[in-house]
Design a protein around this ligand. Structure first.
Ligand code: FAD
Length: 336
């Protein structure tokens, strides 16, 4: 079985891993000159199905629950199993109750319990929720390590190109091109997410902390070495241009509300990514002739890509492949 995977974001790399693991010969083509650059590079890497249920469907839990174990098996040592802490300033305790009502598998935490988990937050919040079963990873490390592992196990990569060599033939094309697949998936839309990286030695956190805020839900994720990712806005737009002043102010205000020492932190990066999403905000595997599209990961690329890589691989290996067709022909048939 020879498979062409288009796109080396989280969808493409997890699909390549799953397909190669089942014995396929895989070539990955990536438009950018190296790994990263689009939505996957900007992600928080929270593997938080229970917290995500707050703003999503029940399916988020079913589709995301095995993700941490998948990543841990693929790249041992990558995942931090430390839970998620959700806190609210005193004026927003009603919002915390609303969050709790929409979620599950948490324990209520008092100020003392919050301080025991995160000593740097001692005395700052009277109430919180702790989701002990959740995990997180560093998305950039995940993408780079997955690329290295796939290369070492024989998956070929061609960067800076969108097509396979003319003389190569593939049984299937797996399109994981994110927003670029909009021409084939007309109901795909973009949800802009802006994020920052802050650097400070004055704050230590052991896990992602979500701050409930009536206007702007925010999270701060420790990345090690004094770095923290602060994210992320949710704007109905496919614009991936620079972060706006308003979003920058809101993200910084939220980080400052979590801990005032963030006021002295260095801003080492601010950028925006566009989350590809279908109208129901759930991903899909779409089959069009010889092409299988894996797309629509919205806020849940790292959380749900493993489940959808498995779904796509099930389709590939269940079917009778169309043999000996040149890649260009497959592509034209998909467009038609
Ligand atoms: C700020 C932010 C925070 C997020 N936080 C989280 C989080 O905490 N947890 C989580 O699970 N998810 C999170 N997400 C969501 C997640 O990042 C996305 O759902 C996911 O990255 C989408 O992955 P993808 O591979 O489909 O698309 P992309 O990452 O956009 O990858 C598509 C790839 O295809 C390439 N490409 C495009 N056209 C072609 C072509 N014609 N040929 C070859 N290659 C092509 C692109 O260059 C790109 O590398 C976040 C997203 C953002 C923006």
């Amino acid at each position: 079985m020879r498979i062409l995977v288009q796109g080396a974001g989280v969808a493409g790399l997890t699909a390549a891993h799953e397909l190669a693991g089942r014995g396929a010969e895989v070539l990955v083509v990536e438009k950018n000159p190296s790994i990263g650059g689009e939505a996957s590079w900007r992600a928080g890497g929270m593997l938080a199905p229970f917290c995500e249920r707050e703003s999503g469907e029940q399916a988020v839990i079913a589709l995301g629950q095995g993700a941490a174990e998948w990543w841990q098996a693929a790249l041992p040592g990558l995942v931090t199993f430390n839970g998620t802490l959700v806190v609210a300033p005193p004026r927003d305790t009603a919002e915390l109750r609303r969050f709790a009502a929409r979620t599950e598998r948490y324990s209520n935490h008092s100020a003392d319990a919050i301080a025991a988990l995160e000593p740097d937050l001692a005395g700052r919040f009277r109430a919180g929720l702790f989701f002990a079963e959740e995990a997180h990873l560093d998305p950039r490390q995940a993408l780079e390590e997955l690329h290295a592992k796939l290369t070492a196990t024989g998956v070929r990569f061609r960067f800076g190109c969108t097509e396979a060599p003319q003389n190569e033939r593939f049984d299937r094309v797996v399109d994981c091109t994110g927003m670029a697949a909009r021409q084939h998936l007309p109901d795909l839309r973009g949800v802009r997410g802006e994020m920052l990286y802050l650097e400070t030695r004055e704050v230590t956190l052991a896990r992602p902390v979500r701050l409930i805020h009536p206007r702007f839900p925010v999270y701060v994720i420790p990345r090690g070495g004094g770095r923290f990712m602060v994210g992320a806005t949710m704007i109905e737009s496919a614009d991936d241009g620079p972060v706006t002043a308003r979003s920058l102010m809101e993200l910084l205000n939220a980080a400052y509300a979590l801990h005032p020492a963030f006021g002295e932190a260095r801003v080492v990066e601010c950028s925006a990514g566009v989350r590809p999403a279908f109208p129901d905000n759930l991903p899909r595997v779409v089959e069009k002739d010889d092409t299988i599209f894996i797309n629509g990961f919205f806020r849940h690329g790292f959380l749900m890509a493993p489940a959808f890589a498995r779904k796509a691989a099930d389709i590939v290996f269940a079917d009778h492949p169309a043999k000996d067709r040149p890649h260009e022909t497959c592509r034209q048939r998909a467009i038609a």
